[in-house]
Design a protein around this ligand. Structure first.
Ligand code: ATP
Length: 235
């Protein structure tokens, strides 16, 4: 319980052009933790991830990673600290093979997984090593997108709705992957719509509403707070 946070986000505000979208996001993530950002469509979850990795045009507030203030830093330098982002749209290059996609991102930090280690984690990808990105199933694309980030050496992984549109059996596989990464010491921020899935992998849940974090629910207390959560999520 006493570990110092790996990431501390305080009073984060963010804009798309003139449009003020984040109004004071505050949360923290401890080393080795899996936390989720839950909330309705448009609440600001994706924008929060984009702000953390520095690809949101205008940001204010404080985002400290391992003691370093990153709010004024370029995304390239933020990545070098060991942060990796897997966007919802996955960003697979369809004309490149699985192997080429894995080799594409620069290694930002020593200690990233080798392609062999990634293939051990995702045996499907090994089988598909020579296949083009377009030939992959949604689940394989998600694994490729995660694998690519693991190769960079990132230790804090930001996953944006990794289970979206995937069949239940693949969702379970993604869940096992997240658990495995946690057991290997990775720290994960997960944006999810599916709180039942979130419950299977996360330590704590932060509820985002209209650009603010309005509540934190420890995973062990999720069931006891289910009515409150339904209200937050409008389900
Ligand atoms: P979703 O599940 O729909 O992605 P979210 O909680 O991740 O929900 P965001 O994508 O962060 O929400 O969006 C927050 C707000 O910012 C919304 O009002 C959205 O319309 C707006 N927004 C998102 N992307 C852009 C953009 N590129 N330009 C302008 N406004 C945007």
């Amino acid at each position: 319980a006493g570990a110092a946070p790996l990431l501390t986000v305080q009073g984060l505000e963010g804009w798309y052009g003139e449009s003020h979208v984040l109004h004071g996001i505050t949360f923290d993530v401890k080393p080795g933790e899996v936390v989720t950002l839950l909330g309705r469509n448009g609440a600001g979850k994706t924008t929060t991830l984009r702000a953390i990795i520095g690809i949101l045009g205008k940001r204010k507030g404080s985002i400290r990673y391992d003691g370093t203030e990153t709010i004024g830093m370029a995304s390239r330098n933020i990545a070098k600290l060991g942060l990796g982002y897997v966007p919802e749209e996955r960003g697979i290059f369809s004309s490149l093979s699985v192997y080429e996609n894995l080799m594409l991102p620069p290694r930002v930090k020593p200690g990233g997984m080798t392609v062999d280690q990634i293939y051990t984690l995702f045996p499907n990808l090994k089988e598909r090593s020579g296949s083009q990105g377009t030939k992959l199933s949604g689940g394989e694309q998600q694994m490729l997108a995660i694998g690519r980030i693991l190769r960079t050496g990132a230790k804090l992984i930001l996953l944006d709705e990794p289970t979206e549109g995937l069949a239940p059996v693949i969702v379970q596989q993604i869940g096992r992957t997240i658990a495995r990464l946690k057991s290997e010491g990775y720290t994960i921020i997960l944006v999810e719509q599916n709180f039942r899935f979130a419950q299977t992998v996360a330590d704590r849940h932060f509820v985002v509403e209209q650009g603010r974090v309005i509540d934190m629910i420890p995973n062990a207390e999720l069931d006891a707070n289910i009515d409150k959560l339904h209200t937050y999520l409008g389900v």
